[in-house]
Design a protein around this ligand. Structure first.
Ligand code: 5GP
Length: 215
């Protein structure tokens, strides 16, 4: 307890306002912006504090992606059944494939007392906000220095042909438009111009949100 204000509280001790534990950090931002790199670093540095909420997707795995770790890769018919069974917090069509965060994926992490990291597109984040109930989520949007840099990063990854790169850039434009029209939607906008700096800012933010991280 701390001392009250001396006027309305007449100096009596009052309980410090309880800070609700963060359940998840929802990270959005255009494809290729470097969300994955930031998330991997955070998970490697603080495995006891954070857990990745593994989304489902109907897209094909990229080289090196492991089923159940990076995504639950799933056939369209099966994800549609799960959606009909109300097993998802949200699901969206992104770049022609279905992506979704299941209730079980989030619960797997929070049941271990960890903060979940949810990577999600902007449409998904909008849906999630309407459905999060009493859960405490922090919404973050990660930006790249420019569209040119974004295109370079997507092409460097080498996972998409020209047509797919175009679709990803078109989606990125729409996401930036949403950011400009509704900046208040996000609790934080993180510029990823330099991955080291962006990572440091991310850790500092999480500390400020009450996640106990030691450096
Ligand atoms: P990628 O195919 O590059 O892994 O992801 C494409 C987009 O889907 C990214 O913007 C990523 O954030 C988003 N995404 C990943 N998981 C989910 C999810 O569970 N729900 C939604 N709505 N989007 C997701």
């Amino acid at each position: 307890a701390r001392r009250g204000c001396g006027s309305c509280c007449r100096g009596k001790p009052v309980a410090a306002a309880a800070v609700k534990k963060l359940d998840a950090i929802v990270i959005s931002g255009p494809s290729g912006v470097g969300k994955g790199t930031l998330i991997q670093r955070l998970l490697a540095a603080y495995p006891d504090q954070f857990g990745f909420s593994v989304s489902h997707t109907t897209r094909d795995p990229r080289t090196g992606e492991v089923d159940g770790t990076h995504y639950h890769f799933i056939a369209k018919d099966n994800i549609q059944k799960m959606i009909a069974n109300n097993e998802f917090l949200e699901s969206c069509n992104v770049h022609g494939n279905i992506y979704g965060t299941s209730k079980a994926a989030l619960a797997d992490v929070t049941a271990q007392g960890k903060v979940a990291i949810i990577e999600m597109d902007v449409q998904g984040a909008q849906l999630l906000k309407t459905r999060q109930g009493a859960l405490n989520f922090h919404y973050m949007f990660v930006t790249a220095p420019s569209m040119e840099e974004l295109e370079t990063r997507i092409r460097k990854r080498g996972a998409d042909n020209d047509e797919k790169v175009k679709i990803r850039l078109e989606t990125a434009r729409k996401e930036y438009e949403f950011l400009q029209s509704s900046p208040e939607f996000f609790n934080t906008i993180l510029a990823n111009n330099n991955v080291e700096e962006a990572y440091e800012k991310l850790v500092a933010l999480l500390v400020s949100l009450g996640v106990p991280l030691k450096n």
